[in-house]
Design a protein around this ligand. Structure first.
Ligand SMILES: Nc1nc2c(ncn2[C@@H]2O[C@H](COP(=O)(O)OP(=O)(O)OP(=O)(O)O)[C@@H](O)[C@H]2O)c(=O)[nH]1
Ligand SMILES: [Mg+2]
Length: 424
C-alpha cells in the first residue's frame, strides 16, 4: 500500500497500452489521469511506458520486449512500483512481479488504495473494505497467506485445507459481515432522509475534481473539504441552500466518478450513492476546461445509469470557465444540453444564473396541490408526507387540509388516491 501520509513520495513507473479501440493520443490522456491518481496516492512518476498492441499478452499484459524495457528502467532508477492503466489478472500480476521484482498495481487497485486512505467515516471505511475484498477474492494467490493473521480465530483453519482456501473462506465471511453492516447503515440513512423529506433535495454529481465541493461551499456558505486532488470527497455532505427569499433546498455533495471506476466500488458505495438516486434533481458539474470533458460527461452518465439515477431531472453545470482562453466551445453546448449554465465556482461567476436555472427546473418538475384528508386516515396522511413538501397545513372539522409541493409526475396518482380515499 502507498501511504498518503508518507512524506517520502514512492517512485513509480506508469504503463499504458493502445489497442485498436484506443488511439495513442487517448492512451496518453489516460496516462495523464493515471499520473494524477498516482500523485493523489502519494506517488512520484519517474517514467511512462506505452505500447501499441492489437492483442494483449495473456501472461504479462504487455509483450516480452516491453517487460524487458520496464525491467531495465526499474533497475536503473531503483523504482519499487509499476502501475498499469488497465486491470490485470492474478496471473499477470504474479508473472510481472516475478519478472520486474517490484510491486505491481493496476488502476483499480490504485483507486481502491486512494479510497482506503481517504475514507474517514465508519460507512466509507466499510464500503471501501468491502470493495477491496471483492477485488481481492478472484486474485488470491499464495502471496496472501498473511490474511489468516489479520482475520484469524478459532475455526478458521480446518485440517488438510490449503492456506489459500482458508483465506478465501475468511474473506467470504468478512464480505457477508460487511454487507450486513452496510444494509444497517443504509436503513439509518433512509430514516434520516425521511426526517428531512419536506425539503426539495438536489445532489451534486460529476467527474472527480470537477468542483462539486467548491460549488456546494459557495451555494451554502459552508466549508466542505476542497482539494486539487482526486476523490477529495468520499462521504456525502448535505447543506441547506437558499434559492430565493422564501425557498430553501437541500444539496448533497458526494463521491466523484472516474473512468473505469472499479465496479465493486460503485456497488459497495450503494448507501452513499442513495443520496443521488433519491434526489429530486441533479446538478451535473463538469470541468469544461478539461481537454476530455466530453468523455468525462459520458463516464458520469454511464455511472448514473449503473446506479439507476440516469432519469433524474438534471442541470448541466459547466464549471471553471475562468480557465478557458477560448470560449467558442461554449456556444454549441446549449444546443446539446437542454438545461445548462456556465459558471466558475471558484470565482463566483454566474451563480445567480445557476440558481435561476434550478428554479426553472423545479417549477417545471414540481407543482403545488392541495389535498383534503380525514384526520383518522393516518396511513394516507403519512403517505402524503412521504411524497412531497408540506407547505401549509390547516384543519377543518375532521379533515386536515395539506397544501403540498409534489412532483408533477406524481400528481395524477396522488389526486386519484386521495380523491378515492377522502371523499365519502
Ligand atoms: N480555476 C478554477 N478552479 C476551480 C473552480 N472550481 C473548483 N476549482 C478547483 O478545482 C479543484 C477541485 O475542486 P473540488 O471542489 O474539490 O472538486 P470536487 O468535484 O469536489 O472533487 P472530488 O471531491 O475529488 O470529486 C480545487 O482545487 C478547486 O479550487 C473554478 O471555477 N475555477
Ligand atoms: Mg469534493
Amino acid at each position: 500500500m502507498i501511504e498518503l501520509a508518507n512524506p517520502h513520495k514512492e517512485r513509480c513507473i506508469l504503463v499504458g497500452v493502445s489497442t485498436r479501440k484506443t488511439s495513442r493520443e487517448q492512451t496518453e490522456e489516460y496516462l495523464d489521469e493515471l499520473a494524477l491518481l498516482a500523485d493523489t496516492a502519494g506517488g512520484e512518476v519517474v517514467a511512462r511506458v506505452t505500447q501499441d498492441r492489437d492483442r494483449l499478452e495473456p501472461a504479462t499484459f504487455v509483450g516480452k520486449g516491453k517487460v524487458e524495457e520496464i525491467r531495465a528502467l526499474v533497475v536503473e532508477q531503483k523504482v519499487p512500483l509499476v502501475i498499469f492503466d488497465d486491470d490485470l489478472s492474478a496471473v499477470q500480476v504474479r508473472n510481472l512481479e516475478r519478472s520486474l521484482e517490484c510491486k505491481i498495481l493496476d488502476r483499480s487497485a490504485l483507486i481502491l488504495d486512494i479510497f482506503a486512505s481517504r475514507a474517514k467515516t465508519n460507512e466509507a471505511k466499510t464500503q471501501v473494505e468491502l470493495a477491496q475484498l471483492q477485488y481481492l477474492l478472484p486474485r488470491l494467490t499464495r502471496q496472501w497467506t498473511h490474511l489468516s493473521k489479520q482475520y484469524g480465530g478459532i475455526g478458521t483453519k480446518g485440517p488438510g485445507e490449503t492456506q489459500i482456501e482458508t483465506d478465501r473462506r475468511m474473506i467470504r465471511t468478512r464480505i457477508s459481515h460487511l454487507k450486513e453492516k452496510l444494509e444497517r447503515i443504509s436503513q439509518q440513512r433512509f430514516t434520516q432522509r425521511k426526517g428531512r423529506s419536506r425539503h426539495t433535495r438536489g445532489a451534486l454529481v460529476g467527474y472527480t475534481n470537477a468542483g462539486k465541493s467548491t460549488l456546494l461551499n459557495l451555494l451554502s456558505g459552508s466549508e466542505v473539504f476542497v482539494e486539487d486532488r482526486l476523490f477529495a470527497t468520499l462521504d456525502p455532505t448535505t447543506r441547506i441552500v437558499p434559492l430565493g427569499p422564501s425557498t430553501q433546498i437541500l444539496m448533497t455533495d458526494t463521491v466523484g466518478f472516474i473512468r473505469k471506476l472499479p465496479h465493486h466500488l460503485v456497488a459497495s458505495f450503494k448507501s452513499t450513492l442513495e443520496e443521488v438516486t433519491e434526489a429530486d434533481f441533479l446538478l451535473h458539474v463538469v470541468d469544461v476546461s478539461s481537454k476530455t470533458f466530453v468523455e468525462q460527461i459520458s463516464v458520469v452518465r454511464e455511472t448514473l445509469e449503473d446506479i439507476g439515477a440516469a432519469d433524474r431531472p438534471t442541470v448541466m453545470v459547466f464549471n471553471k470557465i475562468d480557465l478557458l482562453t477560448e470560449r467558442t466551445i461554449l456556444q454549441s453546448l446549449p444546443n446539446e444540453y437542454a438545461r445548462c449554465v456556465f459558471i466558475s465556482a471558484a470565482r463566483g461567476i454566474n451563480i445567480l444564473g445557476l440558481k435561476e436555472e434550478v428554479r426553472i427546473l423545479l417549477e417545471h418538475e414540481f407543482v403545488e396541490e392541495t389535498f383534503k384528508v380525514s384526520q383518522e386516515n393516518q396511513k394516507l396522511v403519512s403517505q402524503l408526507h412521504g411524497t412531497g413538501e408540506v407547505l401549509e397545513r390547516t384543519y377543518e372539522e375532521n379533515d386536515v387540509i395539506m397544501r403540498m409541493r409534489i412532483r408533477r409526475k406524481d400528481r395524477e396518482r396522488l389526486v386519484n388516491l386521495v380523491g378515492k380515499e377522502s371523499t365519502p
